[in-house]
Ligand binder design. Structure first.
Ligand SMILES: NC(=O)c1ccc[n+]([C@@H]2O[C@H](COP(=O)([O-])OP(=O)(O)OC[C@H]3O[C@@H](n4cnc5c(N)ncnc54)[C@H](OP(=O)(O)O)[C@@H]3O)[C@@H](O)[C@H]2O)c1
Length: 195
């Protein structure tokens, strides 16, 4: 039974991805969020809800005990969040991290210059890339609510293709990454709608 910890579980993409995870009967989820009364437990037989701030390292370490994968879906002070996550994963012996960032952090989007607005994404990605974790950083384009699952991946060092991607495409990829040991480990992936 793979055990997945979702940080920032009330985020738009995290909620969409929770539904995708629950289509897999073997998965157990821990949903970690601030003000937990905002979220209804979708399946108490295999979902645990933990109230906590990612910057609260003791609560975070408690939630990490016994997990297989950490999926971070955060915003705000992301560099500090990334440092706290890396330290807590070291302390609890976890290795696998999927971290949602944004397109543009390496200046890889042709014709676009996202400057300081992307600093938290850039700085947090740098923290994770400097760690020894089995990370996969995702750099999505703009989210859409299209039902379709249709995406292409660009690796770090390649120009980003396209500019948007459906939430469902991202959720599909996140679940595959979480459930496929070794998939795209220590990589930073641009993700956008194909074609
Ligand atoms: N929308 C787009 O087109 C797009 C494109 C590329 C990348 N992204 C980025 O992808 C990421 C995920 O997107 P999203 O739409 O799911 O974002 P979201 O709805 O803003 O979710 C981010 C979550 O992070 C949580 N969070 C922030 N600081 C926290 C902390 N210290 N402890 C615990 N939780 C914390 C927030 O919790 P609270 O609810 O408690 O505030 C929120 O639920 C975001 O960083 C977003 O900017 C978005």
């Amino acid at each position: 039974m793979p055990k997945i910890l979702i940080l920032g579980a009330n985020g738009q993409l995290a909620r969409n991805t929770t539904e995708f995870f629950l289509k897999h009967p073997v998965v157990q989820l821990t949903l970690y969020l601030r003000r937990a009364n905002r979220l209804k437990n979708p399946d108490p037989s295999r979902v645990t809800i933990v109230e906590g701030d990612v910057l609260d390292v003791e609560t975070l370490k408690g939630a990490m005990q016994g997990q297989d994968v950490v999926y971070a879906n955060l915003a705000g002070s992301m560099e500090q969040q990334a440092k706290t996550i890396v330290n807590a994963m070291h302390a609890t012996g976890l290795k696998r991290l999927i971290f949602i960032s944004s397109m543009g952090i390496y200046g890889e989007v042709p014709g676009e210059r996202y400057r300081s607005i992307l600093d938290p994404y850039r700085d947090s990605a740098a923290v994770i890339e400097a760690s020894d974790l089995d990370y996969t950083i995702l750099r999505p384009g703009w989210f859409t609510h299209d039902e379709e699952i249709n995406y292409q991946i660009t690796q770090k060092g390649e120009p980003f293709k396209g500019h948007d991607v459906s939430l469902n495409s991202l959720s599909d990829l996140i679940v595959k990454l979480a459930l496929s040991p070794g998939m795209e480990v220590r990589r930073s992936l641009g993700v956008s709608r194909a074609g």
